[in-house]
Design a protein around this ligand. Structure first.
Ligand SMILES: [Mn+2]
Length: 425
């Protein structure tokens, strides 16, 4: 799959040089990349000024393309570099679209212009696509800069690496592996958890070989969040950065938020070229993937994840692990206990989402389903995601309405996006 954009329109219009995301370079404000690029063609300050102050990027482009103006002598040799610098500053100085660019993961980016075979893909889709290339290079660069900022900040004092409440294997193992990675960079990192109400406790008990610190007072400490960028009680100024595999919020600065099967797998992809993962760490990461994708079946486990999981080479027997650890909701427990076992809060489009997830496996789940729906309000939940493993169906109940997905998904983000499309959120 590739990310295709056409001019400044549509979901990916922010990638275009005409998109209204200004930035400063050497003390001068440029309203768009187009203003910057066109003005850099000239030495004459009057022409430069007329471009920089042009009302629209189109006007800037028209002045810049006017062949009666004398261009810099070697501009042709510099133009790729000039374009790169403009695009880089645009994304460095606009954190909202910087996050969006990072969210495009490792996908190919293409500018779909029929007229341009140099900057874009051209009429036969075989153009040089230099803009797309530059955007992909900028994506790597800004991702690296966010990571570097987190590492630099973390070097200053002790940091606690922590996941979400009711920690699941992804939250726990990712925090642990990231703690190791941070220590390899000379950082005084502490492996921490928020509480001991573990989800899939059996797996955690069997594979967790290191002690954690339990933290419930978030003052006077610095944190790096893993697997959950919702602050959830941690003062914002105490958070150095966050790495999460769900695209949910932008409430934390220094945020790397990319859709991956698990946070462990995202960490693996971010650091596999700069950190030597041990066999044990590979196994822990493999387990985060199994746990977060219901043993490699959920819709969250995409093709890119599959390839990365193979590269990880974690040596886990998936069938045996599933037999041993796959936990579905135990209906002999009370409804409110089950509602709070896999519970998370999200802020989405200004809505506060309190979601619970139930997973059923065996026949007879239907009789429980009705009972649970009736208890939703009483338990202060507003989103219930019910995944039935056997029929590979997902039922979503939000504000008393039911939505049925004919496949198995444990991705809250996917569900929220769907509700957004339905104009519910
Ligand atoms: Mn996770």
């Amino acid at each position: 799959m590739s990310i295709d954009f056409y001019k400044e329109f549509g979901e990916y219009g922010f990638l275009a040089n005409y998109s209204p995301h200004g930035f400063y370079q050497n003390g001068i404000y440029y309203p768009t990349v187009e203003h910057y690029y066109q003005s850099e063609k000239f030495d004459n300050p009057n022409i430069r000024d007329s471009i920089i102050t042009a009302k629209t990027p189109k006007e800037a482009s028209m002045i810049g393309r006017d062949r009666t103006h004398k261009r810099k002598e070697h501009f042709r040799d510099q133009k790729l570099q000039v374009m790169y610098e403009g695009v880089l500053e645009k994304f460095r100085q606009n954190p909202d679209i910087r996050s969006k660019l990072i969210e495009t993961r490792n996908q190919i980016i293409r500018e779909m212009t029929v007229k341009e075979s140099y900057w874009g893909v051209g009429p036969d889709l075989d153009g040089e696509n230099h803009i797309g290339q530059i955007l992909m290079n900028v994506r790597e660069q800004v991702k690296k800069e966010v990571l570097d900022t987190i590492l630099e900040e973390a070097k200053k004092e002790k940091v606690y690496v922590i996941g979400h409440h009711h920690p699941d294997p992804d939250s726990v193992f990712s925090s642990l592996v990231f703690t190791h990675i941070l220590r390899s960079f000379g950082i005084d990192a502490v492996f921490a958890v928020r509480d001991e109400e573990f989800v899939e406790k059996k797996m955690i008990d069997d594979f967790l070989k290191e002690d954690y610190e339990m933290i419930d007072d978030y003052h006077d400490k610095k944190f790096i969040l893993v697997d959950h960028n919702h602050l959830d009680g941690i003062p914002k100024e105490n958070v150095i950065g966050s790495i999460d595999h769900h695209i949910i919020t932008n409430e934390v600065s220094n945020l790397i938020e990319i859709e991956y099967a698990s946070c462990g797998l995202l960490l693996y992809d971010l650091f596999r070229n700069s950190y030597d993962f041990s066999d044990d760490e590979r196994k822990l990461i493999g387990l985060t993937v199994l746990s977060d994708t219901e043993y490699l079946v959920s819709s969250r486990f995409g093709e890119e994840d599959r390839q990365l999981y193979q590269k990880l080479n974690c040596g886990i027997d998936v069938g045996a692990a599933q037999k041993k650890y796959f936990e579905t909701t135990d209906f002999s427990d009370s409804i409110s206990d089950n509602f709070h076992k896999d519970y998370k809060e999200y802020d989405y489009n200004g809505y506060h989402i309190k979601r619970s997830m139930i997973t059923s496996y065996h026949d007879g789940w239907e009789e429980h389903y009705t009972d649970y729906i009736l208890e939703i309000e009483k338990n202060d939940i507003n989103l219930l995601i019910w995944c039935d493993y056997e029929s590979k169906t997902t039922f979503v109940i939000y504000q008393g309405k039911e939505y049925v997905f004919p496949y198995f998904t444990t991705s809250t983000n996917l569900v929220l996006k769907y509700l957004e499309k339905q104009k519910v959120l």
